[in-house]
Design a protein around this ligand. Structure first.
Ligand SMILES: Nc1nc2c(ncn2[C@@H]2O[C@H](COP(=O)(O)OP(=O)(O)OP(=O)(O)O)[C@@H](O)[C@H]2O)c(=O)[nH]1
Ligand SMILES: [Mg+2]
Length: 393
């Protein structure tokens, strides 16, 4: 988060609210009293009055410019906000914006306009809420938007400000409690990130163990190519869905084997990379075959993984060959899919916060908390208060 992101200018600004491109109507918002519009000398209201003389909330028909007139509808939404609605497309919008810019109005994006109006924290909260992927994640983000995060940061700011002025309390001891609270908040970073970004579930194993069949069975449609020929999948194939209301991205990978085929080897490289980055790894075994040494090594190379005893409808492996915690699944017979989904959910969400716990809902909020933490650790409490003040204003 840079300081400039917090800075709002007192100079008037104009932003386009409707998307660029063709459209019947375009809308602009101006943050200023109406005098900036009058000072362009371009807006002529049908009732002949200057905009600044028009009452707030009245819808005023008029035109923009004297020669090629553009019909516009203008409304002073409040003392400090005016909206102009004109024809869509680039021409009318561009002309009005240029005229306003030439009188000293800043042309800014709608996101910046929103940030200046709502403040930094509420803009972050709104942006996160707009990216919620499921109803369940939206519930959590809505609770944060409704005050939980702001209340928490306000309280934290108050505690730090009190410590800064309290010579009685030993600084290190007092800071410890604040630091504990910051750590508690930051501990939910990964969960909070996944409210707007799905958990990555990687399916891996030797060729032909049924990875593509399983991804198709889990999403309920034919996403990846299935064939009895080992080495069918080469690239990463992704599919997004939700388990128990939590958003997940399933990633099908090339079967892990040494291959002289260049394309297949690249695919195997991708598969290994994705396995490292995964939030949850599914290692598939084909239990119609004896368990191979490479499969044992693959299982042992990850502390956190779920082992899927796949093609269990053809089970030939002896029970003592299989890891004790494996999940028996058949994609073709649709056996064990529910059990697998609930094991995945338990793996990605070992602990679930209730909707009343404050959450660092974006990377920028995590960065803010980390810099407040650094300031408190360095005993620069005044700086920590300033950082929180800027985010709360
Ligand atoms: N009996 C049985 N056959 C299965 C099952 N799952 C997949 N198969 C069969 O196993 C073969 C391989 O399936 P895929 O899903 O293509 O296997 P894969 O692991 O993606 O293979 P590669 O992409 O080549 O690594 C196909 O003939 C499938 O029909 C299952 O649960 N039971
Ligand atoms: Mg495949």
């Amino acid at each position: 988060m840079t300081t400039s992101e917090f800075e709002t200018s007192n100079r008037p600004s104009v932003a386009r609210l409707t998307p660029r491109g063709r459209g019947a109507v375009a809308s602009l918002v101006i943050h200023d009293d109406a005098s900036i519009v009058d000072s362009t000398g371009r807006f002529v209201a049908a009732n002949g009055k200057q905009l600044a003389e028009q009452p707030v909330q009245r819808i005023i028909f008029g035109h923009w410019g004297t020669e090629a007139r553009e019909d516009v509808v203008v409304c002073r939404v409040s003392e400090s906000v005016t909206e102009i609605h004109c024809h869509g497309g680039e021409h009318a919008v561009g002309r009005i914006m240029e005229d306003l810019a030439s009188t000293g109005c800043r042309v800014i994006s709608w996101q910046d306009a929103q940030r200046e109006q709502l403040g930094w924290l509420d803009t972050e909260l709104d942006a996160a809420l707009s990216r919620a992927l499921t109803v369940k994640t939206a519930d959590h983000l809505l609770a944060q938007r409704n005050g939980i995060l702001r209340d928490c940061l306000t309280l934290l700011r108050q505690q730090i400000a009190e410590l800064a002025g309290d010579a009685e309390v030993p600084a290190i001891t007092a800071n410890r409690t604040v630091l504990d609270q910051l750590d508690e908040l930051l501990a939910w970073s990964a969960f909070a990130r996944h409210l707007t970004e799905p958990w990555k579930i990687v399916l891996a194993g030797l060729p032909n163990v049924g990875k593509s069949s399983l991804i198709n069975a889990l999403v309920g449609y034919s996403r990846a190519i299935v064939s009895p020929v080992p080495g069918t999948t080469r690239d990463l194939v992704t599919a997004e869905t939700a388990f128990a209301g939590w958003p997940v991205q399933l990633i099908d990978t090339a079967g892990l084997r040494d291959s002289s085929d260049e394309v297949e080897s690249i695919g195997v490289g991708y598969a290994r990379q994705e396995l490292q980055r995964a939030d949850c790894r599914l290692i598939l075994l084909d239990v119609s075959q004896p368990i191979a040494e490479e499969e044992r090594q693959l299982i042992d190379s990850f502390e956190k993984r779920l082992v899927v005893a796949h093609k269990c409808d053809l089970l030939k492996s002896r029970a003592n060959e299989l890891p004790p915690d494996c999940i028996f699944v058949s994609s073709t017979e649709r056996i064990g899919l529910k059990e697998l989904m609930s094991r995945i959910v338990a793996e990605i969400l070992p602990e679930l916060p209730n909707t009343k716990i404050p959450l660092p809902i974006s990377n920028a909020v995590v960065e803010l908390l980390e810099s407040v933490k650094s300031s408190v650790t360095a005993l620069d409490l005044a700086e920590a208060v300033r950082q929180l003040d800027r985010s709360l204003s």
